[in-house]
Every structure is written in structure tokens, then in C-alpha cells.
Design a protein around this ligand. Structure first.
Ligand code: AMP
Ligand code: ZN
Length: 138
């Protein structure tokens, strides 16, 4: 995706209007147009990075604390009791817009969890083997 055509580049840099929750020189945080819950926010870097693997350290070092600040503000302003930070990388992971973004999703009492999985049951040997394979590429 060329950066001049990327929808999140255009939103982050103010070319396309958005419901902006927060802005500084590096980030714009906007409300998601298809929210998982009321207040669902996306933190967008103003520079284009396809995913977390491309994200520059100057952004990576700040985005998590910004997610925490926005989540805390959601608890005060919207009355949610918790929030999920979700960040998808690649189609198989559910990424649909290929400009890095961190979801901040308010969770309200009584709602079912949104991030769930059926736990597998690997053996200790399988866990050790898998850990070794990942470690070898770090
Ligand atoms: P992901 O599946 O992690 O790539 O998330 C993309 C998110 O962007 C989805 O939750 C969409 O609802 C949201 N989205 C896509 N286009 C826009 C837009 N123009 N304004 C606000 N949110 C958007
Ligand atoms: Zn972009």
C-alpha cells in the first residue's frame, strides 16, 4: 500500500476527518467506525508502518503507555470496568488495515470476553521444541 493512498495515513494526518480522542506530534487516536463496544479507539501513528514488525522504536516505546492512558480515561469517562489492548498483524491474525494500529476496547460489566481461545494441551517436550524454534530466530 502506497502511503498516499493509505486510509489510516490520511486519517492520522488530518486529511480525512475523524472522531479524535487524542493527538500529539506522533499519534492520533480515533474512534473505530465499527466498534466492538462504546468508545472503541484506534491509536494510529502519523508515520506509515505496515505492522508491529516495522514500527520504529520511537513509536513502539510510547504506544503502550498511550493505550494505558486512554484505557484509564475510558474507565473514568465511560464507566467501563476494564479494557483490551488488541493489535493484529497479518491477515491470518485478523488485520484488515495494513497501517499499524493499537485497538483500545472498553469492556463493561456483564459482557463476554472478546479475546478467547480453546486452550490446547501440548506435552512438555512439544513446548520445549517450539520454544527452541522461536528462540533460534531471535
Ligand atoms: P484490524 O482488523 O485490526 O486491521 O482493524 C481495523 C479496524 O479499523 C476495524 O475495527 C475497522 O472497523 C476500523 N476502520 C476501518 N476503516 C476505518 C475508518 N475509516 N475509520 C474508523 N475506523 C475504521
Ligand atoms: Zn498508512
Amino acid at each position: 500500500m502506497k502511503e498516499d493512498k493509505c486510509i489510516f495515513c490520511r486519517i492520522a494526518n488530518g486529511e480525512i476527518p475523524s472522531a479524535t480522542v487524542y493527538e500529539d506530534d506522533q499519534f492520533r487516536a480515533i474512534l473505530d467506525m465499527g466498534p466492538a463496544s462504546k468508545g472503541h479507539t484506534l491509536i494510529l501513528p502519523k508515520e506509515h508502518f505496515k505492522d508491529v514488525c516495522e514500527l520504529k522504536e520511537a513509536y513502539a516505546s510510547k504506544v503502550l503507555s498511550l493505550g494505558g492512558r486512554i484505557g484509564a480515561a475510558m474507565k473514568k469517562s465511560l464507566g467501563c470496568s476494564g479494557f483490551n489492548l488488541v493489535q493484529n498483524n497479518g491477515e491470518s491474525a485478523g488485520q484488515t488495515v495494513f497501517h499499524f494500529h493499537l485497538h483500545v476496547i472498553p469492556r463493561y460489566d456483564g459482557e463476554a470476553p472478546i479475546v478467547t481461545w480453546k486452550p490446547g494441551s501440548p506435552t512438555q517436550e512439544e513446548l520445549q521444541e517450539t520454544a527452541k524454534r522461536i528462540h533460534a530466530e531471535l
